[in-house]
Write a protein that binds this ligand. Structure first.
Ligand code: SAM
Ligand code: SF4
Length: 475
């Protein structure tokens, strides 16, 4: 809900500064010595500002490119180990009053079948998502003050949190991806136990933003661009940002993305908890051939590596918009969270509500339709440990408290055992026989990698307790 009296000063996204940054970066990128100095600076893991990071977007020398990619992998490994956090989106309503030209839900799309979930359907969807083994969801909705006002979203959150399946499992963290709103409404989301408030900027480039958002409240650039500031003011200190890559030049967007992160840190004292990197996909009524800026895989990987080294402690998220082949490379270069088994329609997890008989309500087409069990098998085979951990927010480790934990290096004594314990729970409750066998080997190896002997022993004890029927054990 728009309020002209609330904070909406988006002047920190300074077009001239972005263009100047890219021009200077081009020159510096041709200077091997200067690039290597930046690589050494990034290796210290204190992050880079947008001016320094932009140089990595501009390098063309293959040797320097290799050095950047090795550094991104090194930082990813050092900070996140081999953990990958899993989640699934839950679309509750596709009614939308906005005119975003790239989205299947936009108001003018008469071919889109409109639907919102009833509370009984929320139970069915939650049950189906839990049966896939998930514990963390991203709740998604179109913007519509009549069909999906904040009251409805909060009702959905309460219903999801309250639902328990036959094993006694429930969703433990709900991140919410809904329209920009007021500080008062963010306070209500906080009180409803939101995990992260996520809002994608779509594009930072003002003329492109105006062209692609011709109608609806989302057309107000300044209101949209400052939503995360208001969320922080409303007490939500885990906020997530992202650009929809493909709407405008990826270099411009990446520099602006970092400027937003810097400004959040300066104004609110803590930067974004996560950066998502969605890339434009085919959607009902959207012809992506009319979008000339979709980055190639190579360009997209460069963005991921650059963001990884520039914001080492910020989680990075990819979705099933990406194919399994590109997801593999993206995970390697810095992604720490990914979705699995996703459905972008309304009621698609529970087949009686969604497909195959109901009309298609999907926002866009996905590129990875493997089941979570298949994705987990693939992760394990690639040497990762899947994690369903939701402990930090439940332990109050949010905002700068999470950041100081991450920076202290203690993450390996907390996140690593939590990944092991939650993966074990997945295997017990939902794993296929093949994955159980593979997963146990991964767990045995990963337990030995916990640095603290005390935590290692405690983890072994808790693994036994899980086998005996305990649930939801975490550090
Ligand atoms: N309606 C809210 C909003 O727009 O901020 C909530 C999120 S919307 C359901 C989720 C995100 O999907 C959008 O922010 C946009 O970046 C992304 N999206 C829309 N159309 C897409 C497409 N064709 N391909 C890939 N992502 C798309
Ligand atoms: Fe509506 Fe969000 Fe789609 Fe825009 S991106 S049309 S606001 S659902």
């Amino acid at each position: 809900m728009y309020d002209k009296n609330q904070f909406q000063d988006a002047s920190f996204i300074d077009d001239a500064e972005i263009l100047g940054t890219l021009e200077q970066a081009k020159k510096l990128a041709a200077d091997k010595g200067a690039v290597r100095e930046l690589i050494s600076k990034a290796r210290e893991c204190h992050g880079l500002d947008h001016r320094d990071a932009a140089v990595f977007l501009e390098i063309t020398d293959p040797e320097l490119e290799d050095e950047l990619y090795s550094l991104a992998k090194e930082i990813k490994e050092r900070i996140y180990g081999r953990r990958i956090v899993l989640f699934a989106p839950l679309y509750v309503s596709n009614y939308c009053v906005n005119g975003c030209t790239y989205c299947g839900f936009h108001a003018g799309n008469c071919n889109m079948f409109r639907k919102k979930l009833s509370m009984e359907e929320i139970d069915q969807e939650t049950d189906a998502i839990l049966a896939l083994g998930h514990k963390r969801i991203a709740m998604e909705s179109g913007e519509d003050p009549v069909n999906s006002p904040l009251d409805y979203i909060i009702q959905c959150m309460e219903r999801v949190y309250a639902y328990k399946n036959s094993r006694g499992d429930s969703i433990r963290r709900i991140n919410v991806n809904i329209a920009a709103t007021t500080v008062e409404e963010f306070k209500r989301l906080k009180a409803a136990q939101i995990g992260t408030y996520i809002l994608f900027q779509e594009t930072f480039h003002r003329p492109t933003y105006a062209k692609l958002h011709p109608t609806g409240p989302k057309s107000i650039y300044n209101w949209h661009t400052t939503a995360l500031h208001r969320a922080q003011e409303g007490g939500i200190d885990d906020v997530g940002t992202g650009v929809l890559y493909g709407l405008y030049d990826y270099k411009y967007e990446t520099v602006a993305q970092l400027m937003l992160a810097e400004n959040l840190e300066k104004v609110c004292g803590v930067g974004p908890h996560t950066i998502s990197v969605p890339r434009l996909r085919e959607a009902e009524g959207v012809d992506i051939k009319t979008f000339p800026y979709i980055p190639t895989d190579e360009q997209f990987l460069r963005v991921i590596a650059t963001l990884r080294v520039a914001t080492p402690y910020t989680g990075m998220i990819i979705s099933t918009r990406e194919t399994p082949e590109t997801r593999r490379k993206e995970l390697d270069l810095g992604i720490s969270q990914c979705s699995a088994g996703s459905c972008t329609g309304i009621g698609g997890y529970h087949k009686e509500i969604g497909q195959p008989d109901s009309p298609d309500t999907a926002q866009f087409k996905i590129s990875d339709d493997r089941s979570p069990d298949e994705v987990l098998t693939w992760l394990c085979e690639d040497g990762y440990i899947p994690s369903y951990c939701t402990a930090c927010y439940r332990q109050g480790r949010t905002g700068d408290r999470f950041m100081s934990l991450a920076k202290s290096g203690q993450i390996r004594n907390i996140c690593q055992p939590n990944a092991i314990l939650t993966f074990k729970e997945y295997l017990i409750g939902y794993g296929s026989d093949h994955l159980k066998e593979l997963g146990e080997k991964v767990i045995a190896k990963e337990v030995e990698r916990i640095p603290s002997e005390r935590v290692r022993e405690l983890t072994k004890e808790r693994l036994k307790k899980l086998e005996e029927g305990a649930q939801d054990l975490y550090f």
